[in-house]
Design a protein around this ligand. Structure first.
Ligand code: ADP
Ligand code: MG
Length: 323
């Protein structure tokens, strides 16, 4: 099979850490061709969607990525498109998802571009409010100050469109930096931010639960460094094995139908002290660390899911929809 990966440049990818690299590696091991492109390489012509791609071979030993020939492919002609571009979710990302609509029903799209648009990683959690910590979304400084007081004087403020812990900060009542932080994150009232009660359980770690088609693939725990509260691997959180609890399974059962409806096949939930803080859909990570703990290549499960989905497509759907 041929898989197109819409992602960041390969020199930004960490071969021993990143989930996208694990997908590339597992797919290659199963005999599939990798076609790499960036969002700017995707284009629409006569209402059909194509990409300028480069053939890619990956290896655990350096050089980790070797590019072959350049090609132009119609996305309906490949078996799957893996959309794995890291945030920010900006205008270019939005346009990418809108162009990929042209391939709907004609190839496997992981995740569904419509779902990617629908599911802002921070705001999508609001659909599952009963599992969330107390949360405020606003651009208003006074409201944020009042909320920090309401939740006991300690809160976390985060931008809506970033990832990897970027811009996530703590707000403490009485801290002389608090106003500055709020003004920075809200661009002085012009931009929305999410403010959440601080969950002290974060000191024991932020759980990353990976889901495949609504089912648990596995989970890891990410423990923050002593000098930070952010647990992201990207900012130095250390990774431990983790088993999903009964309560967390109940939460996942609640969330899964909505994910399915939105075509969000490969998803990473962030869970702190049993509370849902984020639903990662753009390029969730953690599969390499999970594979190490489980002593098997969990990425292969995802690739096998894609193979099955690709085999389910009927050839007549490959032709261009009414134009
Ligand atoms: N409500 C919270 N209470 C305590 N810590 C939090 C809270 N929300 C986030 N954090 C910490 O900040 C990190 C990043 O937050 P998150 O919402 O997952 O955004 P992102 O991972 O997209 O940067 C988390 O891994 C966690 O360590
Ligand atoms: Mg997170």
């Amino acid at each position: 099979m041929r898989f197109v990966y819409v992602m960041d440049p390969m020199d930004r990818v960490l071969p021993d850490k990143d989930t996208t690299f694990a997908f590339l590696r597992a797919a290659q091991a199963r005999g599939h061709d990798a076609l790499h492109c960036e969002p700017r390489d995707v284009f629409v012509k006569n209402a059909d969607v194509y990409a300028r791609v480069r053939h890619l071979t990956v290896s655990d030993a350096a050089p980790h990525a070797v590019f072959g020939a350049t090609d132009e492919v119609r996305l309906a002609d490949v078996q799957a498109v893996l959309i794995r571009k890291d945030p920010p979710f900006d205008a270019a990302y939005l346009y990418l998802t809108l162009m990929l609509e042209r391939a709907r029903g004609r190839t496997v799209l992981l995740n569904d571009p419509r779902g990617l648009r629908e599911a802002n990683e921070k705001l999508y959690t609001l659909h599952f409010a009963k599992w969330m910590p107390r949360t405020l979304v606003t651009s208003n400084e006074e409201q944020i100050q009042a909320f920090v007081g309401e939740v006991g004087g300690r809160a976390v403020i985060k931008p809506l469109d970033l990832a990897g812990g970027a811009g996530v900060m703590m707000l403490t009542a009485g801290d002389k930096n608090a106003r500055g932080i709020i003004q920075l994150l809200t661009d002085e009232g012009r931009r929305l931010a999410m403010v959440q009660e601080y969950l002290p359980a974060v000191e024991q770690g932020d759980k990353r639960v990976l889901l495949l088609d609504g089912a648990v693939l596995g989970a890891i725990n990410r423990v923050p460094r002593a000098d930070d509260f952010r647990s992201n691997i990207h900012v130095g959180g250390s990774v431990e094995p983790y088993q999903v609890t009964k309560e967390e399974r109940a939460m996942i059962e609640d969330i899964a139908p909505r994910l399915k409806q939105d075509g969000l096949v490969f998803v990473g939930l962030d869970v702190i002290g049993g509370k849902l803080t984020e639903v990662n859909v753009t390029s969730p990570t953690g599969i390499q660390q999970l594979s190490q703990h489980e002593n098997r290549d969990v990425a292969a499960d995802v690739i096998q899911w894609i193979e099955r989905a690709a085999n389910d497509y009927r050839p007549q759907l490959k032709s261009i929809p009414a134009y």
